[in-house]
Design a protein. Structure first.
Length: 472
């Protein structure tokens, strides 16, 4: 008897699935009828039902409809809203298993995308704290059906749906107190929440940074227009919640870009600046400044970057994508000189103030995008071209442009330290560096964000044997 082939998979089909793995990025991975299926939720070993939402050549995407049987490493989630929140989706996976999963993902990604066989990947370093570790959280305003402003977090997979936060296990208790107080004030004083599709409304985001070392807290309201009703009274009420509220600011984002970033900001309480300590240095942070959001684990990450550089004190260090100069100044303290390159003018100004604050005189900062700055140096268009012994790169998730890889290699450093927040783009860039004569020594992964799919790494590269340093 000849059996007929199964009907081809279609959108809206219900699938009975056993989750085989977790893909880089956090989606559950299964195989059905020879096709890879990515499911929005699920843990290895889960038996579940999922509805197909999208079909592509070679894979499908599906949405969980029912969990039939739990995975062996599944544990109770501490947050009551984990099912609708898109933040820490791995709360219900035992932490040791989270670490094992991330370790394997780094190795697999470097081998598969980087083309490297048996890379040296050290054991992932667990976070010192797995809850209440975030020093910054961003909350979104959105109008309810009746126009009432809701202040909360985005629903998983929906950028236009926001739910009120009943509790959250990532930020400090003071952060949640500020959110609740702001929600009540917004309703009482008739604040109009911004709608990102209609481009109507006023208040858009609330960013709260509460730093664990100095205990300073900064609150930043982002609105489409600065004329928010009774905003000064709100700021005073927020500041009265705790002596740790050091500053309250308002920023304006009148663009259609739905990002928690203000084109300008004004201090309502304090001077708009916070101070944090990292490895015995002090760094200021304005409302839009970048600081690692897990302060305790960031110290381990930066210490590993310093160790990877193998500094003896006589070296020149070039730090690309330096932000407010955290790594630049840490390297300057251990080297002859350090040069930071950063495109954001406010960050460069903060970096220079941070150098002065810490009494570091052997660091300088260059304002501009890394790619054109490197090109100008290569063409002899700038007199300040460095001859670095060590180059440090800490790029955004998109990684490095291929020409940046080429220009860095052209400088001929003895070591390259790559601080990465995305193993996939790290693997791609390692492959590009290999084509320029640099080989990977080792990678140290860090769990900077427990219960999320994110992984940070520090990679160390050196010239391949026989390569001529500084060759163009």
């Amino acid at each position: 008897m000849v059996r007929s082939a199964p009907a081809p998979m279609k959108v809206n089909d219900l699938l009975n699935i056993e989750v085989a793995d977790i893909a880089l990025g956090g989606k559950a991975l299964a195989r059905v009828e020879g096709r890879v299926v990515f499911v929005d939720r699920g843990l290895p070993g889960d038996q579940l039902t999922a509805r197909v939402t999208r079909l592509k050549r070679g894979f499908a995407e599906a949405k969980l409809t029912n969990l039939e049987g739990g995975a062996p490493h599944r544990v109770p989630a501490r947050c009551p809203q984990v099912d609708i929140c898109g933040g820490c989706r791995f709360q219900d996976l035992a932490y040791d298993e989270q670490l094992r999963l991330k370790q394997r993902q780094v190795v697999d990604t470097i081998e598969r995308l980087g083309g490297l066989s048996a890379p040296v990947v050290h054991p992932i370093r667990p976070a010192p704290e797995t809850f209440h570790y975030r020093n910054k959280m961003e909350f979104t305003f959105h109008p309810a059906a009746d126009g009432t402003p809701v202040l909360g977090l985005h629903e998983r997979g929906h950028f236009e749906r926001v739910f009120a936060v009943e509790g959250c296990v990532l930020p400090s208790a003071l952060t949640l107190q500020i959110v609740r107080a702001t929600q009540a004030f917004a309703i009482e004083h008739g604040w109009r929440a911004y709608h990102p599709r209609a481009h109507q409304g006023l208040v858009r985001f609330l960013a709260i940074r509460h730093l664990p070392h100095t205990k300073q807290c900064g609150v930043h309201l982002i609105a489409a227009d600065e004329r928010v009703p009774d905003v000064d009274r709100w700021a005073q009420q927020i500041a009265a919640l705790s002596p740790e509220v050091h500053t309250v600011t308002i920023g304006v984002n009148a663009s259609r870009a739905n990002v928690a970033f203000g084109e300008s900001h004004r201090a309502l309480v304090g001077d708009g600046l916070l101070t944090e300590r990292v490895l015995d240095l002090e760094f200021e942070a304005g409302p839009s400044a970048f600081l690692q959001t897990n302060s305790l684990q960031a110290e381990s990450l930066y210490a590993a970057a310093l160790e990877a550089a193998e500094l003896e004190g006589s070296e020149s260090v070039l730090d690309l994508y330096c932000g407010t100069g955290t790594l630049t100044l840490l390297f300057a303290r251990a080297a002859r000189e350090a040069i930071g390159v950063e495109s954001v003018a406010d960050a460069v100004r903060s970096a220079r103030r941070n150098a002065k604050r810490n009494g570091i005189e052997n660091a300088r900062f260059v304002e501009g995008e890394s790619r054109p700055i490197l090109r100008q140096w290569a063409r002899g268009e700038r007199p300040d071209r460095p001859a670095p012994d060590v180059v440090v790169v800490d790029p955004p998730r998109a990684g490095l442009h291929p020409r940046v890889v080429f220009r860095v290699a052209e400088l001929g450093p003895r070591r390259i330290v790559y601080v990465s927040c995305n193993p996939a783009t790290l693997a791609r860039d390692l492959k590009d560096f290999a084509e320029q004569g640099y080989v990977l020594v080792d990678i140290a992964p860090f769990d900077m964000f427990p219960h999320t799919p994110h992984i940070e790494c520090v990679a160390r590269l050196v010239p391949a044997e026989g390569r001529t340093l500084g060759a163009s």
